[in-house]
Design a protein around this ligand. Structure first.
Ligand SMILES: CC(C)(COP(=O)(O)OP(=O)(O)OC[C@H]1O[C@@H](n2cnc3c(N)ncnc32)[C@H](O)[C@@H]1OP(=O)(O)O)[C@@H](O)C(=O)NCCC(=O)NCCS
Length: 162
């Protein structure tokens, strides 16, 4: 993976806008408009109980994951993406693992997410971490695009690879 490090983005850091600009560019490239957070990243991150981690490769943003913990019981992965040129090098796995750790540190019992079933790499990655498909929600993203709702539950000892 080269010299890669997963970093938590904090609002008070100098590189905040540089990182957000880069993430917005990636977001626009990868996701269709109705699924993109490009226009609302700043607003989303201003909300309490939201976190963003990104994968830094020698100053370049290789990918990012956004997560939130709306209650003390449940967290969610709201976005995960890796730039095309950095895929299949372990960035997605490293980001998801770190996001799960952050959520677990808040003692939640469940992490849930939504993903388009046609996004096979993402669905496979989530399953690798123990996420299960809970439901198929028709028209979730748009009238002709559905979503799997997936979840990962923790009991007292379960580690799910992290
Ligand atoms: C999903 C995504 C984040 C994976 O990132 P990545 O850095 O390429 O993934 P990794 O290299 O860490 O791979 C980890 C695991 O993911 C799964 N995976 C990744 N790419 C895959 C592919 N093309 N086909 C099948 N499984 C794949 C595998 O389980 C892999 O484990 P393995 O290497 O032991 O087989 C990336 O493909 C992506 O950004 N996709 C577009 C955005 C998206 O769909 N986001 C999710 C919805 S919000």
């Amino acid at each position: 993976m080269g010299s890669c490090v997963v970093v938590e983005l904090h609002r008070n850091v100098l590189i905040w806008s540089k990182v957000i600009d880069e993430i917005v560019r990636i977001e626009r490239k990868i996701f269709p408009k109705h699924e993109s957070l490009a226009r609302s990243f700043d607003e989303e991150l201003n909300k309490r109980n939201n976190g963003l981690l990104y994968s830094d490769v020698d100053g370049d943003v290789a990918g990012y994951v956004m997560y939130s913990w709306p209650s003390s019981l449940c967290a969610s992965i709201t976005k995960l993406a890796v730039k095309e040129g950095y895929r299949r090098q372990g960035h997605g796995e490293a980001l998801l693992e770190e996001a799960i750790k952050k959520c677990r540190a808040r003692s939640v019992h469940r992490i849930s997410l939504h993903v388009d079933p046609s996004r096979t790499p993402a669905v496979t990655l989530y399953m690798k971490f123990g996420f299960r498909i809970d439901d198929l929600i028709e028209g979730y993203y748009s009238p002709d695009r559905n979503a799997y709702r997936m979840y990962l539950d923790f009991d007292g000892n379960q580690q799910n690879g992290v």
